[in-house]
Design a protein around this ligand. Structure first.
Ligand SMILES: NC(=O)C1=CN([C@@H]2O[C@H](COP(=O)(O)OP(=O)(O)OC[C@H]3O[C@@H](n4cnc5c(N)ncnc54)[C@H](OP(=O)(O)O)[C@@H]3O)[C@@H](O)[C@H]2O)C=CC1
Ligand SMILES: CCCCCC/C=C/C(=O)O
Length: 501
């Protein structure tokens, strides 16, 4: 069976050059066609044209990938490879990614529609940091010696789960791959990863770098395919010991069900959000406006922690809305390869339609379109950055994750009222509060039901700091030391030093 190849000649301000790599199913360090020998068309969101036809994975390919991952775990990875060696390989991968940063930024812009500028300074840079951070952990995975009695030695080992399945979304294709593979590899697991079929290119390019870095074949296996075939096969698989997922709460629930009905595999989920951003009367207005705009419009609004519900205290509401409107009007919407662009097209026609459906629902339910609310231009997948006002708490645009450039600005009177409204959601991924009174900022942060609270900033992540959700925004934490426990099983060992029964 022949494999497919992606070849593209980039001639842009940020990156010129020919990029060519295999787009097959990546198993055991080799690319091949999928079991059905079929392909998936990958579409450029900027112009609707075909970028590539890549090999389509199937449940049979998942089976093969799991077998290979299991064999690799037993023979050439896991605790067979000392931690410092696993760390060295992760460092090499980080170096290779950094070396190819411009190429990866261009690939992400082409495939996802995100701007090449932000792809480079956020997606690629954070991915490199995360790989390096977990490279540093690889030889520091310690258990404990636990005191029991003098005739006994009891200790714990933190062992890899084994074969882990990882399902990642299209909004940050490379960054989500890095967040998933880095802690899993540092702790000695082997991987079967499913990228989104909308944006598979950076993950496939990474496969070549994984080989070049020197990981044993079969350590990371990548099967691109559809959620209801490959994704489902992974979450139901009896040979996968753990599954990690980023995506919608709806699909997260299906994955947990499949895990429960199959082998009770360990599950971590990073799911949706409807994050509140609270601006108090005493906030630095200019800073709050700039952050609020970044909080909801960055990455075309396609970010799980977007601060899409902006609560502004009554004393500065009018002033804030004026300044926020001016700021949003200044955002440059356009070609993702133009260095001055801030907002590119939405990722796909289906997602564009979903967002436009939400905008329509806001209009139908009686909210005021304060700004935007229409397609940007006359063709393509661009949407005007949109501000709704005069909303009520029951409206869909206030309650549901839109995942697009759509904000609601809501007036509040006092702290108690805003904390109640902010927490009135089934989500709990993130929240932000803007105030010059740091004591108050911290007090409010402690009252908000969210896995991350930003004070006087928003949408900030760091490799060292955990990220994940309360309530229906997820299970477990990614990043930081906390993520290591997502990928290790604790074994207690009791050694008899003379105790007689
Ligand atoms: N938390 C986050 O970061 C993200 C949240 N979302 C939210 O989800 C909404 C829908 O976007 P969508 O792309 O459909 O996201 P989904 O959550 O539906 O999909 C995410 C990934 O899961 C896969 N998947 C789908 N069904 C299953 C299944 N039964 N078992 C295992 N995997 C499965 C998908 O494959 P396939 O594409 O083939 O369906 C995709 O690779 C967005 O509007 C947004 O609100 C989306 C992306 C990221
Ligand atoms: C600056 C980057 C913030 C990324 C936060 C994590 C988001 C994940 C997701 O939306 O899938």
């Amino acid at each position: 069976m022949s494999t497919t190849t992606f070849t593209h000649e980039f001639d842009t301000v940020s990156f010129q050059g020919k990029v060519s790599f295999s787009t097959g199913i990546f198993i055991d360090g080799k690319f091949s066609a999928g079991a059905k020998n079929t392909t998936i068309d990958v579409i450029n969101p900027t112009n609707g044209k075909l970028i590539a036809s890549i090999a389509e994975g199937t449940p049979a390919d998942v089976d093969r990938a799991v077998q290979v991952a299991r064999r690799t775990l037993e023979l050439s990875w896991g605790l067979n490879v000392p931690g410092h060696q696993r760390g060295l390989l992760l460092h090499r991968l980080a170096d290779l990614l950094e070396k190819h940063a411009d190429e990866f930024a261009a690939l992400e812009a082409l495939d996802n529609g995100k701007t090449v500028f932000w792809a480079k300074v956020a997606d690629i840079a954070i991915s490199v940091d995360v790989l390096r951070y977990y490279a540093g952990w690889a030889d520091k995975i310690h258990g404990q010696v636990i005191e029991t009695s003098e005739d006994k030695l009891a200790y714990t080992r933190h062992e890899p789960f084994g074969v882990v399945g990882q399902i990642i979304p299209w909004n940050m294709p490379l960054m989500m791959m890095a967040w998933k593979i880095a802690p899993a590899l540092a702790t000695g697991n082997t991987i079967v990863l499913k990228p989104s079929e909308f944006t598979p290119l950076s993950a496939l390019r990474m496969c070549a770098l994984i080989n070049e870095a020197g990981f044993p074949p079969g350590t990371v296996n990548v099967v691109v395919g559809y959620g209801n075939t490959v994704g489902r096969a992974m979450s139901e698989h009896m040979g996968i010991d753990k599954i990690a997922f980023t995506g919608s709460t709806l699909v997260g629930r299906k994955i947990m069900e499949a895990a429960a009905k199959s082998n009770l595999k360990n599950v971590t989920l990073e799911l949706g959000g409807k994050s509140p951003n609270i601006v108090m009367n005493d906030a630095d207005l200019e800073a709050a406006v700039n952050w609020a705009s970044h909080g909801v419009f960055w990455n075309q609004g396609q970010i799980c922690c977007a601060g899409s519900r902006i609560y502004v205290q009554s004393g500065i509401y009018d002033q804030f809305l004026r300044a926020f409107t001016k700021k949003v009007l200044s955002l440059k919407v356009g070609d993702p390869f133009a260095m001055e662009s801030y907002q590119g097209p939405q990722v796909s026609q289906i997602h564009y339609d979903r967002i436009m459906g939400y905008i329509e629902s806001g209009k139908q339910q009686g909210a005021t379109v304060h700004l935007g609310g229409e397609r940007y231009g006359t063709e393509g997948l661009w949407i005007q950055p949109t501000i709704f006002t005069d909303t009520t708490p029951d409206m869909r645009i206030v309650r549901e994750e839109i995942f697009g450039p759509v904000s609601v600005v809501i007036k509040f009177e006092d702290e108690e009222d805003v904390v109640r409204q902010a927490n009135d959601t089934l989500y709990g991924l993130a929240a932000a509060v803007f105030t010059k009174d740091i004591t108050r900022g911290i007090q409010v942060a402690h009252k908000l039901q969210a896995g991350t609270v930003w004070v006087n900033c928003i949408n900030q992540v760091h490799a060292n700091v955990p990220f994940g959700g309360y309530k229906q925004s997820g299970v477990g934490r990614e990043l930081g030391e906390y993520a290591l426990s997502n990928y290790t099983n604790v074994k207690a060992v009791h050694v008899n030093l003379g105790h007689v029964i």
